[in-house]
Design a protein around this ligand. Structure first.
Ligand SMILES: [Zn+2]
Length: 172
């Protein structure tokens, strides 16, 4: 799926032509003048801890990365605020209702399945709900930071490491 190219214009169906616009190769529709700009997909993730300092992870029920753990995360919808997207994914996958504490990290990554992603990581705190796996999560559980399972996304590890390094500095 990564780096797929459009063949036809999504607006008029005309055949796209590869051309250089703004110093980059882009697909252009000569019929309606539409340019297909390819941009990274925004993904939101949440770091949420219990009162023992353990972090909430979800076990992925579906491919890709089925059977691997990751932060509660998912794609933002086009009409929702990015923080609402993070909290929605948190609740859908773990049952936990949360509140955003702060933006922690932003990572660009080229995922072999999803293509180019912009993965934002928020620190969140629980305001309600009970931990219960839902949506595309097979399980949801808290892990001590020094006993994490292998994670599906390197960006998750980067965010967790950043949290660990900043902890105690009053920045998180
Ligand atoms: Zn067109």
């Amino acid at each position: 799926m990564a780096n797929k190219r459009f063949i036809h214009c999504p607006y008029c169906g005309g055949k796209l032509i590869r051309t250089i616009i703004d110093q980059r190769h882009r697909e252009h529709c000569p019929q309606c003048d539409h340019v297909v700009y390819m941009n990274p997909l925004p993904v939101v993730s949440c770091l949420l801890f219990d009162d023992k300092g353990r972090i909430l992870l979800v076990l992925r029920k579906n491919e890709p990365y089925q059977g691997m753990w990751c932060l509660p995360m998912g794609f933002a919808e086009v009409d929702e605020h990015i923080e609402d997207a993070a909290l929605r994914e948190l609740e859908e996958e773990t049952g936990v209702k949360g509140r955003i504490v702060r933006l922690l990290d932003a990572e660009s990554t080229d995922d072999s399945h999803y293509g180019h992603l912009l993965i934002l990581a928020y620190v969140a705190e629980r305001v309600g709900g009970e931990v219960q796996a839902g949506d595309d999560a097979a399980n949801a559980a808290f892990f001590p930071l020094d006993q994490l399972p292998p994670l599906a996304f390197a960006a998750n590890e980067t965010a967790i490491n950043k949290y660990t390094s900043l902890r105690g500095s009053k920045l998180v």
